[in-house]
Each structure stands twice: as structure tokens, then as C-alpha cells.
Design a protein around this ligand. Structure first.
Ligand SMILES: NC(=O)c1ccc[n+]([C@@H]2O[C@H](COP(=O)([O-])OP(=O)(O)OC[C@H]3O[C@@H](n4cnc5c(N)ncnc54)[C@H](OP(=O)(O)O)[C@@H]3O)[C@@H](O)[C@H]2O)c1
Length: 286
């Protein structure tokens, strides 16, 4: 259990996962420091203090993490320098005297991940392994809450995923796991957990779930690579991000997201939430 001297810092609390973790820790009476980019958007929770730092601001991170024992490091928004920002954050954490970083990573994170953004996570894990800090990696599958957002207004999910499957995980389950780990971090030093749903589903099955949840027809269209590039050409985003989006589907086609883990259930004591349940809830809230 935590002691009064083992201050926990939580990043990303203005977002879904970090916010969920901060609420759980507050409910559990754990003293925590929220590291945010904009204090006015920090959740207002009992037992929390709020400090401001962006990952790429070494001095601000060092100040923000002074006196902190363990930090939850939510991965930064995608950018062409995400690994550089993560490296600065980790180095500043070490300079501040942090003992352990719990990093929100991605399943199969490595330099050769078919999902291109998984390579950022692999590089960040390497930075942490080399940092001298203790670490715990929470390797999330895709968030099931995102799946309804991937459908176009015409009810079509499209991408070159063939009939591949993904074991998408509920964000609440990820937050539950992180809160458990942060309440006894030393028990999880050097551990890597794969956070997935209880079963892997295909995009055709997700389309059926969306049809059932919304009452509107949804379909999955298995695109070729050329079709995938063409259907995304209207977006005003850099080429590396389009490639990353498409690699979401090719990684599914190649089976990289299909493995089901029981780490959510083992760590939280409750079963992982089904993709169907999350998709139905998320679709209704759209
Ligand atoms: N597995 C998946 O399917 C999936 C899907 C989407 C994203 N992700 C990754 O998982 C992370 C957490 O997911 P989420 O749903 O909680 O995302 P989210 O709701 O977008 O929240 C991200 C949080 O990280 C903070 N943040 C981002 N970049 C930062 C930086 N450079 N310095 C300091 N803080 C920064 C954001 O702060 P602000 O509010 O100031 O922006 C926000 O609080 C995301 O950031 C992303 O890296 C995973």
C-alpha cells in the first residue's frame, strides 16, 4: 500500500484515461498531483494538487515531479516528435528523483510494430528501460470507445483489415488497472501487462454491433491499400498520420491486435468489458 511519503503524479487527467485514474485515486483517498497543460481544465478532485507542465518542457516537468515517487505517464498526443517529448519527460522525471514510471503503452509496442504509432511506444519503452527508473508498462489494445468514431457518416467502417480481429479494450478497464497499479506500484516493477477486451472481434462484427446499437445500417468495407489512401485523401493531415491511420487496419489484418489477455481480470478482479457493451454505450452517447 502507499505510504504518506509515496506521492503519485498523474498526467493526462484532462483526458479520458488520466481523468478516470485521477477520479479512482481520489475516491480511494490517495494523495496525488495532477500534471496538466492547462490548470483551468484539471478535474476538481479532493486530495489533489495541480501543477502545469508539457512533456517537452524539461524544466517544468522537473519542477512538477519534485517529491513524486511514482508517475502515471499517459502517452502524448500523436505528433512527429512524440518520442522526443517522451524522452524529455522521462529524463526530467529521473532528474526530479522519481522512482517509478507507469507508462501507458500499446500492445506489441516495438520498432517493428505494424501499427506505426506502436513504434513510438516501443521507442518510449526503450527510453524507460535505459533510464535507470523503475517502470511498469500498460500495453493497451485499441480503445473500444473509438470504434464508433471510426465509422463514417454513411455508416461505413473502411480499411484494409481483411477479416482480422482486434481485442479492443474499454477505457474504464484501463483506468481500473492503472489505479490498482498506482496504489501498490512496487508490486508491479518491471512488469508488462497487455490490456485487452475479453474477446477479439472483426470489423464486420463491429459494424453489426453499431447497426444494433444505433438502428442505422453499418457495414465494413475491406479496402485495398490504394482505396485506403484514396478514401483518406480529403483529410488535411500530414502523410505520416494517414499512414498511421491505415496501419491500424493492416495491423489488424496481420493479427497483431488479436491476442486476448486476462491481465484486466487478474489485476482488477472483474472481467474485462466486452467490445459489444462499450460500442453500444459509446454509440448511444454520440
Ligand atoms: N489505444 C487507443 O485506442 C488509443 C486511442 C487514442 C489515443 N491513444 C493514446 O492514449 C493516450 C491516452 O488516451 P486518452 O483517451 O486518455 O486520450 P485523451 O482523452 O486525448 O487525453 C490525452 C491526455 O494527455 C495529455 N497530453 C497529450 N499530449 C501531451 C503533452 N505533450 N504534454 C502533456 N500532456 C499531454 C492531454 O492534455 P491536453 O488536454 O492538454 O491535450 C490529455 O490530458 C492518448 O494521449 C494517446 O497517446 C490510444
Amino acid at each position: 500500500m502507499t505510504t504518506p511519503t509515496s506521492l503519485v503524479a498523474v498526467t493526462g487527467s484532462t483526458g479520458a484515461i488520466g481523468g478516470g485514474v485521477a477520479r479512482r485515486l481520489s475516491d480511494a483517498g490517495v494523495a496525488q498531483r495532477l500534471v496538466v497543460r492547462d490548470a483551468s481544465r484539471a478535474p476538481d478532485l479532493p486530495g489533489t494538487e495541480v501543477v502545469v507542465a508539457s512533456y517537452g518542457d524539461r524544466g517544468a516537468v522537473r519542477d512538477a515531479l519534485a517529491g513524486v515517487d511514482t508517475v502515471l505517464m499517459v502517452s502524448a498526443h500523436e505528433s512527429d516528435d512524440r518520442v522526443g517529448e517522451h524522452r524529455t519527460f522521462v529524463e526530467a522525471a529521473a532528474e526530479a528523483g522519481v522512482r517509478q514510471v507507469v507508462y501507458l503503452s500499446f500492445v506489441g509496442a516495438s520498432a517493428t510494430s505494424g501499427f506505426l504509432l506502436g513504434r513510438d511506444h516501443g521507442a518510449t519503452e526503450d527510453v524507460l528501460r535505459a533510464s535507470g527508473l523503475d517502470w511498469t508498462f500498460l500495453r493497451d489494445n485499441f480503445y473500444a470507445e473509438m470504434l464508433p468514431l471510426w465509422a463514417g457518416d454513411d455508416g461505413t467502417l473502411r480499411g484494409p483489415a481483411r477479416d482480422g480481429r482486434l481485442a479492443a479494450v474499454a477505457q474504464d478497464d484501463v483506468a481500473d488497472v492503472a489505479a490498482v497499479v498506482l496504489q501498490d506500484p512496487r508490486a508491479h516493477v518491471g512488469r508488462t501487462y497487455d490490456l485487452t477486451g475479453p474477446a477479439a472481434v472483426s470489423f464486420a462484427e463491429v459494424a453489426t454491433m453499431l447497426t444494433d446499437a444505433t438502428g442505422r445500417e453499418h457495414h465494413y468495407v475491406d479496402e485495398t491499400m490504394d482505396e485506403a489512401r484514396a478514401s483518406r485523401s480529403g483529410h488535411d493531415v500530414p502523410a505520416w498520420l494517414v499512414d498511421a491511420w491505415i496501419s491500424t487496419y493492416t495491423a489488424v489484418a496481420d493479427g497483431e491486435l488479436a491476442a486476448v489477455s486476462d491481465d484486466v481480470a487478474t489485476l482488477t478482479g472483474h472481467p474485462a468489458t466486452s467490445v459489444e457493451e462499450v460500442v453500444a454505450r459509446a454509440a448511444k452517447n454520440r
